[in-house]
Structures are given as structure tokens and as C-alpha cells.
Design a protein around this ligand. Structure first.
Ligand code: AMP
Length: 577
């Protein structure tokens, strides 16, 4: 429950200096005017890249990129302008036009960042996908969005090949080829680097309306397939100001966001937000490794670092001796997002890094940070902080009435901030459901607010699983398990885990003729890794003879979870038998 500990900080002299005063007088309309935004003549790509290429920032490094093998590359804003123009021309030559969906299934290569900007320049809609996805996850997204073009690598394309026959709307696959690969230029394939060579580096950016779509990111709910959360160019207003005030980014920063652009943090704060503010980004296209991460901070003199609780817990586990081997004195501000940040980790960070960690809260649907710990406010370890200026957050009951401080309830937001989702792609009904509770935007999370206005996360109001900060729908895993010949039924839950927040546990009823075994358990895990996604496989599988169901046949995951954790089972009146 409530933690009375407070971490106070030195006064700041830049950025968001007086939270209460700014919160009181803030208006999105005024900010829009200040940013000189003219509807119908906007394009986020212009503001994030081309604009800087016309100012003193033109030779400033926009992207420091490092590959897993240690290869380093850097790109100035001017170079990015030219490369994104070339990429936009390449896509245009392939017939891509305003409103078309271009999906990206790429590791964190420079081409991923370049393509995202180029797609926006064309007025097309980008669909970034996490490179750990399997064929089923990719198929669902390409099918639902009716994407015309996919940009991927030869290696990742192999995962798409098996589902290509199910994607009639997909016209082109562009391969970001590795020149070193033998026989890379196979016939019948379209190659990024070959096409781009002949492309012009001048391009007429498409002027957009603020409400024109910019990107779609698929996210999981309790039921059904992932939903295409759709965002628009207007989001840039939120991206810009939250990057400045919640991440505290300034012109001389070198900033590292460890999230992959296949997740919303990587798209918004790993690309758009910092570039809108003209900040130098560092990107590392490698796996987690404590020593390597510290080496990156040391060698690239990272000043602001945005990461996630699971990574911080893993760093804490790696121990203080690793920290001592590196010079991390460049760091001045650390933020975290995606899952609850344990007070213990904040205390450890304050000692190990000499800096507190600033938790903040938001979702794919909110499109930008909604609740945060700010440089100018004391941190209450365990709290997500206070609402961002312009954001009205509340704890409500099931009817939409605000609850007093200290009471647990649904975390809700007053609609109307610039980066709020605009629709669920092809599913307006589902979009409207977000606003069913008396006009509030219902987040699906439960929380409470204390007397000082700080918000504290309690849990999810639904069955959605958060494993290492990745949102996974139990239904998707259950459906994928059912594709295996041995599985008759399955029920999937999130089980608390000290390192990953939650792990995925599956209860599986086998078909006639199959017997539980260690081998079958392993086979099912690999099956999910390959079909759905590497992060979505059940770490634990329990074979059982039946699953608790409601009379209408729905699996009662709540009951599975209660039994697994030895908790009270609650109301059983809807149980089948
Ligand atoms: P996603 O849309 O994938 O970014 O997931 C959003 C969900 O992650 C939220 O609804 C929360 O359940 C969880 N989440 C995000 N940030 C935090 C945080 N700071 N503390 C606790 N949970 C968080």
C-alpha cells in the first residue's frame, strides 16, 4: 500500500520548472499556436527532420547507430533529410501514395528509422512490427491493415513466406539487404539499397491535415486479435511537449531509449519525440547485456536514458561491480515506463547511478506520456507521478463517478489530448467502447490517487498480461496453442514474477491420444515462439483434464489465476459446474 518515502531533488533551472503553475494554466490550443501549426500544411516528418536540416542543427548528429557487432554509423539531420527523401521517392515509384499502409518488420537498423520518416513524408501510414514476431502475428497485422508494402530483411522474410498466400493485398516486399550476404540479390525480390541508389534526394513532402493518420500499432486486449490503434499527425503536439517536460530533453543531450519501435515507446520516444525536439538519438541494435549497456552509456556519453523496469531489475541483478567498471558520469536523467517500477529499484538506482529513476505511465492508445514523475517534483517511490499538464486523470467507479483520494478504482482520462488514439483500424465499434464509462477514456488499469495528487498503479482491470513490459493478450496465446495438433483447450494467465513483472502460464487440456510429458511441454513452448512471438510463449505449462468455464462457455481465467496463486476464488455463481 501507500509508501510515505519521498526522494527530493536539486532544484532545476530549465524545462518544466513549476509543475503546479504550468498545470493550472496549460492549454493545448495555446501550445498549438506557439508551435505555429497550420492545419492542412503539416507533416510530422518536416518538423522532425527537414526543419532541423534548414537550421544550425543541420550538421548536428540526429542518429548515432551501433550494431550488435560493434559497427557504428552516424547521420546528421541534413543526411537524414536526404536519405528519407530518397526512401520516399523509392516508395512513390512503387506506387505508394497518401493513406496507403506500409509495414515495417525490421531489426533496429538505420533503415527502420529512415523508412518511418519517409512513409510520413508521403502521407502514407507506417505500421512498425516487433522483430520477435512470428508468422501468425505478422499475418494478422498485414491482413487487418491491408498493407500494400512490407519492408523487411531477407532473414525476417523467411517468417513471412509461410503466410504470404493469405495476404492478397500485399503488393511489394522490399528487402533491406546486407551487401555482405552471398547471393543477396535474388531474382523476384525488390532491394532497398538497389532501389534507393537511383532515387533522387529531393522530395515534395505531402502536406497533411492534423487528423490524417500517421501510424498504426497493434496492441492486445482480453479478447480477439490485436487491435490497430491508429494515431495521427496531430500527435506531434503531445510528442513534442512530453519529450521536453517529462523526459527533460535539451539540445545538448545524447539520448538513449532502449525500446524497440515495434512498441509504442520506441516509436514515440525512440524517434518522433526526440527528433521533433532536435535531439541526438543513440540506437543500439543488440540484445540486453548489462556490461554492454553500461559501455554504451560510457562510450556515447548518454545523458538521458529511457528504459523499462524489467531491464532495470536485470541490471540490478547483474550487480554493482559491473557499474563500477564503467564511467556513467554523463547520465543526468533516467526514466522508466511499461510496468510497475519497484521502489527497491529506485532506491538501488539512486545509489548505483547516483540518480533517481523517474517512472511514467502511458499506453499505446494514449500516444504519449500521461502521468509522470518530473524533474521539478519529489519522487514518491512506487508512484507513477502526477498527470501531465493538459491531462485530466481520475480514479472512477464503474459508473464514471470520481472516487476520493486513497480509494482504488479505474484509472480514467478526460478525452481530448492531441495524441489520443483516433480509431481502431477497421473497428469503430471497439474504439467507441473505450469511452463507455460516462464519456471517460477507460484505460483498463486500476489505480488510486493520494492526497498530494500522486497516482499509484494497482493492476489491470482485465486479463491482459504484461510480461517484461510487453502487452500480451491471453486470447492470442490460447488461439495459437489451439493450432497445435495435441491441444484441445487452453487457458492463459499472467503469473507474478520477480524479474519480468509477469510470466505467461498456460493451462492445457490435451486431445485424445496425447499424454502430458516434458517433451510435449517444450514442443508447445517452441511452437508458440515460432508461430506467435518470442516474447509471448508460456514459460510455464500445466496440463489438466478440464478448464473452469462460465455457463456460456468462456474460460474463467480469473479462477485459474486464483487457484494458481492460492487466492480466494470469489464469486463462482457463473461457473459451468
Ligand atoms: P502498452 O500499450 O503496450 O504500452 O501497455 C500499456 C500498459 O502497460 C498500461 O495500461 C499499464 O498496464 C502498463 N504500464 C505502462 N506504464 C506503466 C507504469 N509506469 N506502471 C505500471 N504499469 C504501466
Amino acid at each position: 500500500m501507500k509508501n510515505n518515502e519521498i526522494i527530493d531533488k536539486k532544484p532545476i533551472t530549465d524545462g518544466l520548472i513549476d509543475y503546479e503553475k504550468i498545470y493550472e494554466k496549460f492549454s493545448w490550443e495555446t501550445l498549438k499556436k506557439e508551435l505555429n501549426i497550420n492545419d492542412g500544411r503539416v507533416n510530422i516528418a518536416y518538423d522532425a527532420v527537414d526543419k532541423h536540416a534548414q537550421t544550425w542543427r543541420k550538421n548536428k548528429v540526429a542518429l548515432y547507430w551501433e550494431g550488435a557487432d560493434g559497427t557504428c554509423q552516424k547521420y546528421t539531420f541534413l543526411e537524414l533529410k536526404s536519405l528519407t527523401n530518397k526512401c520516399a521517392n523509392m516508395l512513390q515509384k512503387l506506387g505508394v501514395k497518401k493513406g496507403d499502409r506500409v509495414f515495417l518488420f525490421l531489426p533496429r537498423l538505420p533503415e527502420l528509422f529512415i523508412s518511418m520518416v519517409a512513409i510520413a513524408k508521403l502521407g502514407a501510414i507506417a505500421g512498425p512490427m516487433f522483430s520477435a514476431f512470428g508468422p501468425d502475428a505478422v499475418r494478422d497485422r498485414l491482413q487487418n491493415s491491408e498493407a500494400r508494402v512490407l519492408i523487411t530483411t531477407p532473414e525476417l522474410k523467411e517468417r513471412v513466406d509461410t503466410v504470404l498466400w493469405e495476404l492478397p493485398k500485399l503488393e511489394h516486399i522490399i528487402l533491406v539487404n546486407d551487401d555482405k550476404r552471398e547471393g543477396a540479390e535474388e531474382e523476384g525480390n525488390v532491394y532497398y539499397h538497389t532501389l534507393i541508389k537511383d532515387s533522387s534526394d529531393t522530395f515534395e513532402t505531402e502536406w497533411m491535415k492534423l487528423e490524417d493518420p500517421l501510424y498504426i500499432l497493434y496492441t492486445s486486449g482480453t479478447t480477439g486479435k490485436p487491435k490497430g490503434v491508429t494515431h495521427v499527425h496531430n500527435d506531434m503536439i503531445s510528442h513534442y511537449i512530453t519529450t521536453k517536460w517529462a523526459l527533460d530533453l535539451r539540445d545538448d543531450d545524447i539520448y538513449w531509449c532502449t525500446a524497440d519501435p515495434g512498441w509504442v515507446t520506441g516509436t514515440v520516444y525512440g524517434l518522433w519525440g526526440p527528433w521533433l525536439c532536435g535531439i541526438s538519438l543513440y540506437v543500439y541494435d543488440g540484445r540486453f547485456d548489462a556490461a554492454k549497456w553500461y559501455e554504451s552509456i560510457q562510450n556515447h556519453k548518454i545523458t538521458v536514458w529511457y528504459t523499462a523496469p524489467t531491464a532495470l531489475r536485470m541490471l540490478m541483478k547483474a550487480g554493482d561491480e559491473v557499474i563500477e567498471k564503467y564511467d556513467l558520469s554523463s547520465l543526468r536523467y533516467i526514466c522508466s515506463v511499461g510496468e510497475p517500477l519497484n521502489p527497491e529499484v529506485i532506491r538501488w538506482g539512486s545509489k548505483g547511478y547516483g540518480l533517481p529513476i523517474h517512472d511514467n505511465w502511458w499506453q499505446t492508445e494514449t500516444g504519449s506520456i500521461m502521468i509522470a514523475n518530473y524533474p521539478c517534483l519529489p519522487i514518491k517511490p512506487g508512484s507513477m507521478g502526477k498527470p501531465f499538464p493538459g491531462i485530466k486523470a481520475a480514479i472512477i467507479d464503474g459508473k464514471g463517478f470520481e472516487l476520493p483520494a486513497g480509494q482504488h478504482g479505474l484509472l480514467a482520462l478526460k478525452p481530448g489530448w492531441p495524441s489520443m488514439l483516433r480509431t481502431i483500424w477497421g473497428d469503430e465499434k471497439r474504439f467507441k467502447e473505450y469511452f463507455n464509462v460516462n464519456g471517460w477514456y477507460a484505460t483498463g488499469d486500476t489505480a488510486y490517487k493520494d492526497e498530494d495528487g500522486y497516482f499509484w498503479f494497482v493492476g489491470r482491470a482485465d486479463d491482459v498480461i504484461n510480461t517484461s513490459g510487453h502487452r500480451v493478450g491471453p486470447f492470442e496465446v490460447e488461439s495459437a496453442l489451439l493450432e497445435h495438433r495435441a491441444v484441445a483447450e487452453s487457458g492463459v494467465i499472467g503469473k507474478p514474477d520477480a524479474e519480468r513483472g509477469e510470466i505467461i502460464k498456460a493451462f492445457v487440456v490435451l486431445r485424445e491420444g496425447y499424454k502430458p510429458s516434458k517433451e510435449l511441454e517444450e514442443e508447445l513452448k517452441i511452437f508458440i515462439r515460432h508461430h506467435l512471438a518470442a516474447h509471448a510463449y508460456p514459460k510455464e505449462i500445466e496440463f489438466c483434464t478440464n478448464l473452469p468455464k462460465t455457463r456460456s462457455g468462456k474460460i474463467m481465467r480469473r479462477l485459474l489465476k486464483a487457484k494458481d496463486l492460492g487466492l480466494p476464488t470469489g464469486d463462482l455463481s457463473t461457473l459451468e459446474d
